[in-house]
Design a protein around this ligand. Structure first.
Ligand SMILES: C[S@@+](CC[C@H](N)C(=O)[O-])C[C@H]1O[C@@H](n2cnc3c(N)ncnc32)[C@H](O)[C@@H]1O
Length: 486
């Protein structure tokens, strides 16, 4: 049988612009970073502060990072590493912190620095990564106190060992993680060749692992609305941790002018819920992120079922004899040669998926619908089943895709759920199990939807019957009406 359309399961990450084939991990042990990074502050401890944190706080106060004389928050050691602790009762929506622009680290900071002249035209995150690594290597860096409280690692999957990654076997998160590491490596090789090596006197010896560390720091500490061109690190504010139970996101922070007579911008952070003295001030990082995205960016996942997503990639094959017509129709309905459909656990099929699928599978005696006279109405036709053959083909293709994807996992959902019942599970293992169980559940859900559809193939109403009905040629019971000549 010729493949008339192509379906694949693939990564949904939107940050990586290239969709090149993913390379497997190198089996080499990661090289030791040449930079001396501070001891992990993520270790479990009952202390609420540390010398590095006290030095940082002193720096924050001396420099006037926070203007208020009696601050409502103070950094402290918390179960999530470092966090912001309320110094008194804080009410909902109260501003807890305002950090002036001169203490932000963004592209402008890099441009204004000694390495600025080498960084023109770089992506903001790449320039900031170079800046962080250079400052980290300088004993007398003005950012020393801040750099010393940055974690040496997080639980983001980009920092996992190969053994830890093997727990993600079969998942889209694994492909996304490999893609992210490949992306960082290719950016590093470019910047190494074009900037670091020709200007050795300005840069420390930076390895790909150092660059990956900087990438991880930036991804885990950037506020979701301040990414891309507006990428910015905000010392102190970036100690805020995430609370899954908070469901408001946008009102927690804003950039505003510094007052009537000041032209300086401020990053202003609010408490989205009231907090008692001594408790942590927390925010919602991003309601839109899936568990896989949370795992990649921050190294944690949530329990909410709808954080589990799976992306199906559908494609009109170039070898399809109707390729051009199908592409025209897809494009005039906001889709393209390749279309990505994100499934959310427990939700119905993504909109436009069925019409696109039916379009991709269209052929044989249904191909007349691709003729130009139907161009304005074809999408409406595709919203409903076209023919038994077409509907059967899409069911088979999707179910095959689901079954193939499911066979790529190393464990069953039941085994995962048993593991999750264990106490004191390693946080990375727990994260892997949660994400892989979520992906499998969605694949089973999609398979179930198309299995049920297969059972309905004989009773569904198809294009030809609808057409005859519209023309008044079919009775209520589906019987063809004949007109006897009088
Ligand atoms: C913006 S930083 C917050 C400050 C960070 N806790 C630190 O020690 O520097 C984001 C990182 O904090 C940790 N984190 C934040 N919220 C968390 C949560 N709800 N559960 C687990 N880790 C969390 C993760 O390591 C994440 O990558």
């Amino acid at each position: 049988m010729t493949t008339i359309f192509f379906l694949s399961s693939s990564s949904s990450s939107s940050i990586f612009t290239t969709s090149k084939p993913l390379k497997p991990f190198s089996s080499k042990k990661p090289k030791k970073p040449t930079l001396h990074l501070t001891k992990s502050i993520l270790s479990s401890t009952t202390e609420t502060s540390s010398p590095a944190l006290q030095t940082f706080w002193q720096w924050v106060c001396d420099k006037g990072v926070i203007s208020n004389k009696s601050p409502s928050i103070k950094p402290g050691i918390v179960p999530q590493g470092l966090g912001l602790i309320a110094q008194r009762n804080i009410s909902r929506n109260e501003v807890v912190l305002e950090v002036p622009k001169k203490f932000w680290i963004n592209y402008d900071t890099v441009v204004a620095s000694e390495i600025g002249k080498f960084c023109g035209g770089l992506k903001p995150w790449v320039a900031i990564a170079l800046f962080l690594l250079r400052e980290k290597s300088r004993k007398d860096s003005p950012w020393r106190s801040y750099l010393d409280i940055l974690p040496i690692t997080t639980n983001s999957t980009i920092h996992w060992s190969e053994e830890e990654l093997s727990e993600l076997q079969g998942t889209q998160l694994l492909s996304t993680t490999i893609g992210a590491k490949d992306y960082v490596q290719s950016e590093f090789l470019k910047v190494e060749e074009e900037i670091i090596l020709p200007n050795k006197h300005m840069f420390p010896s930076i390895t790909v692992d150092d660059f990956l560390w900087a990438f991880g720091v930036l991804r885990s500490r950037a506020f979701s609305r301040l990414r891309g061109e507006n990428f910015v690190l905000i010392p102190l504010a970036d100690l805020i941790n995430h609370d899954p139970s908070i469901t408001t996101q946008d009102s927690s922070y804003e950039i505003k002018g510094g007052g009537l007579f000041s032209r300086e911008l401020l990053f202003s952070l609010r408490a989205p819920v009231s907090v008692k003295a001594g408790e942590q001030v927390l925010i919602q990082y991003d309601l839109q992120k899936s568990n896989a995205e949370l795992a990649l960016d921050y190294g944690f996942a949530e329990l909410k079922p709808d954080r589990n997503t799976y992306t199906l990639t559908l494609q009109i094959s170039e070898s399809d004899p109707f390729f051009q017509d199908k592409l025209d129709i897809a494009e005039s309905n906001g889709l393209g040669e390749i279309a990505y459909f994100d499934f959310i656990l427990g939700n119905s099929l993504p909109p436009a998926m069925l019409p696109y699928l039916r379009l991709v599978a269209l052929g044989g005696t249904d191909a007349f619908l691709l003729e130009s006279i139907f161009r304005n109405s074809i999408w409406d036709f595709l919203e409903l089943p076209v023919s038994r053959a077409n509907e059967e083909l899409i069911c088979q293709a999707i179910r095959d895709t689901c079954r193939t994807a499911l066979s790529g996992f190393g464990t069953t959902i039941e085994e995962d759920e048993k593991l999750l019942e264990r106490e004191n599970l390693d946080p990375r293992l727990e994260l892997a199990v949660r994400v892989r169980a979520g992906e499998k559940k969605i694949l089973e859900q999609i398979d179930g939807i198309f299995k049920d559809r297969e059972l309905e193939l004989d009773v569904l109403e198809y294009y030809q019957e609808r057409r005859l009905k519209d023309l008044g040629l079919v009775g209520e019971q589906g019987d063809i009406i004949f007109w006897e000549p009088k």
